[in-house]
Write a protein that binds this ligand. Structure first.
Ligand SMILES: [Zn+2]
Length: 256
């Protein structure tokens, strides 16, 4: 993956339990009663992992050594597409906000590993049917266009069910803050006809949170917003035609 350095250098102390408290309650709610062992794939700094580890026997996998320093559970430093753990050892394999970050090859390998480790259940949470290009940024140095949170793909019930076709969906729901979808055609027009400084307004990402690192050339810069009438007009049309949706999709599946 080309954003390996960006991932390793992420400020892992930043994500705290309070940011995910509501989500953690939902995760606990959906876990079936017969689950004792959990593998948490792409656990990041373990905000959810550490909560789960109080009630379950949790093994956490991440490829960032810095992120794993915050994790209390059993830890495995590994990429999600190549996990040095034996097959079918975990009642449930859990992965939260990981799959949307993966390129095609890594995604295929990761899905294989999730299926290989799971004895019975898989629980996936991903952003709910988002257009990842909504938060598109253009590098000031090399011109590379990228999604700010490095989301490379979008998921919904259909493509999750397809990827995990050997599994049956037991429960699914959307949850979290409602976020507006961005129509792909409108977004293409907006990013073609307006300067990149006008793509991500301050009411999407606040002024204090505009620092970004280009995944291509690793240049760090502040993505300041500059008002543009055409860009604002297109955003307004989008607000009329595109719905708001809860941010997360939870899918609990069981092996067929
Ligand atoms: Zn760059």
């Amino acid at each position: 993956m080309d954003n390996k350095e960006v991932y390793e250098n992420f400020d892992w102390s930043n994500l705290k339990h309070k940011d995910l408290a509501d989500k953690i309650i939902k995760v606990f709610d959906i876990i079936p009663d017969d689950v004792n062992t959990i593998a948490d794939i792409g656990c990041g700094n373990g905000v959810i992992t550490n909560a789960l580890n109080k009630e379950y026997d949790v093994t956490a996998v991440d490829r960032s050594a810095k992120a794993l320093e915050f994790v209390n559970a059993k830890k495995v430093l590994a990429s999600a597409d190549s996990i040095p753990l034996p097959s079918y050892q975990f009642d449930m394999v859990f992965s939260s906000e990981l799959l949307e970050h993966l390129d095609d090859k890594t995604l295929a390998g990761t899905v294989e590993e999730i299926k290989r480790l799971s004895k019975k259940y898989v629980l996936i949470t991903v952003p709910n049917d988002e257009n990842p290009d909504k938060l598109q940024i253009k590098c000031k140095k090399c011109g590379y266009k990228y999604n700010r949170p490095n989301h490379l793909r979008s998921f919904n019930m259909d493509n999750i069910s397809e990827i995990f076709s050997e599994y049956k969906v037991l429960k699914s729901f959307t949850f979290g803050k409602k976020v507006r979808y961005y129509n792909p055609l409108l977004l293409n027009i907006k990013t073609s006809v307006t300067p990149s400084s006008a793509w991500v307004p301050y009411f999407w990402i606040g002024k204090s949170n505009r620092k970004t690192i280009c995944p291509s050339c690793e240049y760090e810069f502040t993505n300041n917003y500059k008002f543009n009438i055409i860009s604002s007009f297109i955003d307004t049309i989008n607000a009329v035609i595109s719905p708001k949706k809860p941010y997360w999709l939870f899918v609990l599946m069981v092996k067929r």
